[in-house]
Structure formats: structure tokens, C-alpha cells
Design a protein around this ligand. Structure first.
Ligand SMILES: Cc1cc2nc3c(=O)[nH]c(=O)nc-3n(C[C@H](O)[C@H](O)[C@H](O)COP(=O)(O)OP(=O)(O)OC[C@H]3O[C@@H](n4cnc5c(N)ncnc54)[C@H](O)[C@@H]3O)c2cc1C
Length: 562
């Protein structure tokens, strides 16, 4: 392993606090890096929304992880991204091993995250209301420090929903999936203390249209199948098993495909190469071929899409959580930097135009979090409340579309607040910027989410009802909201060119949901400024275009980590 740069926040803070004398110049006006803090205790906005949605009972666990996510995980995250995973196809003697080697920091982050239950808290506390909300909070905290590990964590969490379609497999695997341990050893699942799960749907010829999957499943007569074909994006290939789609005689079906077989041999999954990705560097995404890999069916033959959709609903929620966390991390950096850097005789954070930018970024970040946690609450309530289930079904697609879509723009603007160093790798902003577009592509890209919303509207009348009941419940709270809702209802009543118009429909619905959520949350500065700017037209195309009489300072201060 090459030597790696280890930053010492305490040391660098000390250096920045006193003017440094060079031969030619003396340095001042240098901000300190964001100090270590507890990302739960320091974030009043997060605490308020978690509380509102019924996850406040997990404050102790959230605080515990918040301390680590704002401390040691920051440094570990830097290291895990600096040293990207490496594919080792063969051992020294030429035996095929198909292993991906990760930096130790990656494993340490996984260890901390799994001990905190980022992958399992909702299942461990399934009998308590708000468990999915609390778990969303854990994911939000962890993802601010490091986002690549979120991939195996989210897939492991979500796999539980699909595995329940195969009770025998579930009985065998779930205890090791939902345990609060991390075991990275390459051993048969039965010999491990804990397992992680990935998913393989996307093939070279089609990712959105999974029905075009060409990978085939051949029954062996004993309940198992041999899988022959390929997957084009197979992230976290070191997971103990992946849920994959393949064509069986009865149609596209879902299978659990372990990496190591019960006898200790390597399953026939050949890692062809790792993707050279724009970002997400701590995490590996592989291209694989299955040359007769052994797998077990999950759910009925021909019901593969329906089976894996239970998993996809949860990973889509996690895309929202991850994107909201990325925005939060970028915002925290921007607020911190501008409160210490002077230009033209004043702190940047006191320059009127910068205030507008920062307040706008804070508003976007809170709106993203508010909608995300509302969806998490709906998922939480789904098993006992059909209306919440219907709302969660449609709001996940709406929220995934909008929150993920807004993230790259928001992060870029935060980056600009730091000026030149916002573009320099010693800083987390470039990493956040590279990560920002991922969630809008993964698990159904933007258009696919919009089409999914239309599908829900046309096939599941309960979804439309639940959606509008939600929106109607705050009618009367703000004039801009009411006018927006009326326009939205008219747009929904039209049946022409629905598909072509669906981005606009979904965007306007997402904004309405965010407005409703913020109005319900009760902070007048946030709700009024959101409704005026996002719903009432008092906003431009870029951030920093809030109306001049908006309570900019209050919005900034509300989101500052304290
Ligand atoms: C970092 C990363 C990790 C990933 N990890 C995994 C993984 O672990 N497992 C896995 O299975 N997949 C994974 N994916 C793949 C991802 O889910 C797919 O790339 C995605 O679903 C899109 O599929 P595609 O690339 O084949 O694009 P296509 O399906 O070709 O789509 C291209 C574009 O066309 C749009 N489009 C598609 N159909 C329509 C339509 N009817 N109307 C209008 N527009 C349409 C899409 O929205 C998209 O914008 C990963 C992707 C990334 C970037």
C-alpha cells in the first residue's frame, strides 16, 4: 500500500490561527478547517426533523454516530477515497481469486457504520414506530463523512425486503445481514459473523429496461440454478451475495447469488474489471461474468422485477438520504469558511450577496432533508397504514427525482463559496462534487423516476389520492402554496402529452411536497422563504436569487453547525 497523506485537523487549525511569516509575505485571513464536531448534536435542523417524524427516541444512537461521523470518519473517509480499491484477479500462483482489495480505512468505516446499525437499525427495531426515520438519520450522518461505503450499506439494508420472498433463504441469511457486526473475510456465509449484500440488475444492453436482461438461469433440479451471463454494474463486488435478475423458463426472476459457496469454493463470478468512475472512489463497481454461478431463487419465477422492487424502493429512499447528506456536508463547509474569510473589508458571510447564496443553499438543504424524512416516515408506517404505503410508493419516486437532481447544482454553488480552494483536493468539496450526480443515475435515472410516477398514478389510484390528501392538508397556510397547488391540480387534470410533460409535473409536485413539509415543520422564516421563492416565482435559475427582504441571516444561522 502506498504511503498516504494523513491530515491532522488540530495541527492545521493551530497553523491557521496565527499569522505565518514567509520570506516575501505574511499570511492572514486564512480560515480554520471545519473542526471535529458531533454532527447530530451540532445540527438543530436535523434534530428537529427527525423528532417531528418520530425518530427522536434514537437520539442516543444518533448522537453516538454523529460524534464519530464528525470526527474520526472524516479522516478515514479521506483515506478511503485517496486509495481506491484494487482488483486482484489471481493469487501469486495464478489461482483465480477475483478479489477487490480496499484500503483499511474503508473497512474501518464499514465497521463503525454497521456497529451503529446504518444497514439494519430499522429491522432491529421494527416494532418501534419511527425506526426507518431513525435509521435514515444514521445514514445521513454517516454519508456526510463518506459516501462510497453507503453503497454496500444501503444494499444490505434494502435486500431484507426482497429476501422475505424466500422464507428459507431469509431464515438462513437475515440473522447475519441484520447483525451489528462487520466481517470482511472471504468465507462461506455460514462461517461468518456478518454478511453484506449487493444487487446486479444492469446489463450492457440495458439498465433502465431490465426486461432486456439476457443473463439466463438454468434450474439444477434441486432448487438451485446455474446463472450464465453478465452484469455491467455490480457494485461492492466483495459483498457476500448479490441479488441478481436472470431469465428463467418462467421469465425474469430474482436470485440470491453468493460469492463464496458453502463448500468454500469461489462461485463462478468472474470480475472482468472495475469501473473507472467519476467519483465514488472508495467503493468498487465491477463488470462481471457469470460462468455457471450457483444461485437460489427469491420469489416466483417470472416475478423478478416485482420481487426486487421491494429492495429498490428502499435503495431509492437511500439515494435521497445520500444526496441530502451531500448537500448538508457542502453547506456546512460553505457556512464555516465564509464566517472566517474576509474580502473587501468584511467577512464573506456578511456580504449581502453572499448571504443570499448561503441562505438559499441552506433552504435547499433543509427542504431536501424534510422531504426525505417524510418519505422515510411513510415507509416506516407502510406495514400498518395503507394510505402511508400509497404515499410512500409515489413520493419515493418524486423525491428521488428532485432531491438527487438538485444536489450537483447545490454542491457546486457551495464549492464556489470557498473560492479557489473549493476546487482543490485537500478539501472535501471536490469529492462531494464528484459524488453529487451519482444518485440521480443509480437506481433509476431521472426520466425513469418520472415515468414511474406516471405509472403509479395510472395504475394505483390510491397513490394519487394519498398524494393529494397530503398536499391538501396544508392548504390555507400560505398564499403562494395555495396558488401553486391549484396550478398543480390543473396540470394533473390534463391528460395530453403526459409523458413529455412529466418532468415538469414531478418537479412541481416535489416542490409542493417540500413546501407542505416546511409549512408543517413550523419555522416561519424557512417556510415563507421557500414558498415565496420556489412556489411563488420570487427566485431565479441559480442559487443566491432569494428576494432581498427574505430573512437571510436567520436562514443561515439556523443551519450553522453549533
Ligand atoms: C456508480 C454506479 C454504481 C452502480 N451500481 C449498480 C449496481 O450495483 N447494480 C446495478 O444493477 N446497477 C448499478 N448501476 C447502474 C445504474 O442503475 C444504471 O446505469 C441506470 O439504471 C441506467 O441504466 P443504463 O446505464 O443502462 O442507461 P439506459 O437504460 O440506457 O438509460 C439512459 C438514459 O435514458 C433514460 N431513459 C431510459 N428509458 C427512457 C424512456 N422510456 N424515456 C425517456 N428516457 C429514458 C434514462 O433515464 C437515462 O437517463 C450503477 C451505476 C452507477 C453510475
Amino acid at each position: 500500500m502506498t504511503a498516504f497523506r494523513q491530515s491532522d485537523p488540530a495541527k492545521s487549525r493551530k497553523q491557521h490561527m496565527h499569522p505565518t511569516h514567509f520570506d516575501t509575505h505574511t499570511l492572514d485571513n486564512l480560515p480554520t478547517p471545519l473542526p471535529a464536531c458531533n454532527l447530530w448534536l451540532a445540527d438543530g435542523v436535523l434534530r428537529q426533523h427527525i423528532e417531528r417524524h418520530g425518530g427522536g427516541w434514537a437520539a442516543a444512537q444518533l448522537s453516538d454516530l454523529g460524534g464519530r461521523a464528525g470526527g474520526e470518519l472524516v479522516t478515514l473517509g479521506e483515506q478511503a477515497n485517496l486509495h481506491r480499491p484494487r482488483l486482484r484477479s489471481f493469487d501469486r500462483y495464478g489461482r483465480r481469486i477475483d478479489e477487490v482489495e480496499f484500503h483499511p480505512a474503508y473497512h474501518q468505516i464499514m465497521q463503525v457504520a454497521m456497529a451503529a446499525g446504518v444497514h439494519a437499525f430499522s429491522w432491529n427495531h421494527a416494532d418501534r414506530r419511527g425506526a426507518h426515520v431513525a435509521r435514515a438519520g444514521l445514514m445521513y450522518l454517516c454519508s456526510q463523512a463518506e459516501a462510497g461505503t453507503a453503497c454496500p450499506l444501503t444494499m444490505t439494508h434494502a435486500a431484507v425486503a426482497a429476501l422475505r420472498h424466500a422464507p428459507e433463504l431469509a431464515a438462513d441469511w437475515l440473522p447475519r445481514i441484520t447483525t451489528r457486526d462487520y466481517d470482511s473475510r472471504s468465507l462461506p456465509a455460514a462461517q461468518k459473523t456478518a454478511c453484506t449484500i449487493g444487487m446486479g440488475m444492469t446489463e450492457k444492453q440495458g439498465g433502465s429496461d431490465v426486461r432486456s436482461n439476457s443473463t439466463r438461469a438454468h434450474p439444477q433440479g434441486d432448487g438451485s440454478y446455474r446463472i450464465v451471463g453478465h452484469k455491467w454494474f455490480y457494485s461492492a463486488p466483495m459483498c457476500d451475495a448479490h441479488l441478481v435478475l436472470a431469465q428463467a423458463e418462467g421469465g425474469l426472476s430474482c436470485f440470491l447469488l453468493p460469492r463464496i459457496l458453502p463448500d468454500g469454493s469461489l462461485n463462478a463470478v468472474r470480475i472482468q474489471r472495475l469501473k473507472d468512475k467519476l467519483g465514488d472512489w472508495s467503493n468498487a463497481s465491477a463488470e462481471v461474468e457469470f460462468t455457471g454461478a450457483l444461485a437460489w431463487r427469491v420469489g416466483e419465477e417470472g416475478r423478478g422485477v416485482a420481487t426486487i422492487l421491494g429492495m429498490v424502493a428502499l435503495t431509492r429512499l437511500d439515494c435521497m438520504i445520500g444526496s441530502a447528506a451531500t448537500m448538508r456536508a457542502a453547506l456546512s463547509q460553505a457556512l464555516h469558511h465564509t464566517a472566517q474569510r474576509h474580502a473587501f473589508g468584511r467577512l464573506l458571510s456578511e456580504q449581502p450577496l453572499m448571504c443570499n447564496v448561503l441562505a438559499d443553499l441552506a433552504l435547499e438543504s433543509e427542504a431536501a432533508l424534510a422531504l426525505t424524512l417524510r418519505v422515510a416516515r411513510a415507509i416506516d408506517a407502510s406495514p400498518r397504514d395503507p394510505r402511508e404505503a400509497a404515499f410512500g410508493r409515489i413520493a419515493t419516486a418524486i423525491g428521488k427525482y428532485w432531491v438527487c437532481k438538485r444536489t450537483p447544482m447545490q454542491v457546486n454553488e457551495a464549492q464556489e463559496c470557498l473560492g479557489g480552494i473549493g476546487y482543490v483536493e485537500e478539501n472535501i468539496l471536490p469529492r462531494l462534487y464528484r459524488q453529487a450526480p451519482l444518485n440521480s443515475i443509480w437506481e433509476g435515472s431521472g426520466n425513469v423516476q418520472c415515468l414511474d410516477v406516471l405509472r403509479a398514478l395510472s395504475r394505483e389510484p390510491d397513490c394519487r389520492e394519498a398524494l393529494f390528501a397530503e398536499l391538501e392538508s396544508v392548504r390555507g397556510a400560505h398564499a403562494d402554496y395555495d396558488a401553486h397547488l391549484q396550478r398543480l391540480q390543473q396540470a394533473f387534470e390534463r391528460s395530453d402529452a403526459l409523458e413529455t410533460r412529466s418532468r415538469r409535473l414531478v418537479e412541481d409536485t416535489a416542490l409542493a411536497l417540500q413546501g407542505a413539509e416546511l409549512l408543517r415543520a413550523g419555522d416561519a422564516a424557512v417556510a415563507d422563504t421557500f414558498c415565496r421563492s420556489r412556489l411563488g416565482g420570487e427566485h431565479g435559475y441559480s442559487f443566491g436569487t432569494l428576494p432581498a427582504d427574505a430573512p437571510l441571516k436567520a436562514l443561515m444561522e439556523r443551519s450553522r453547525l453549533t
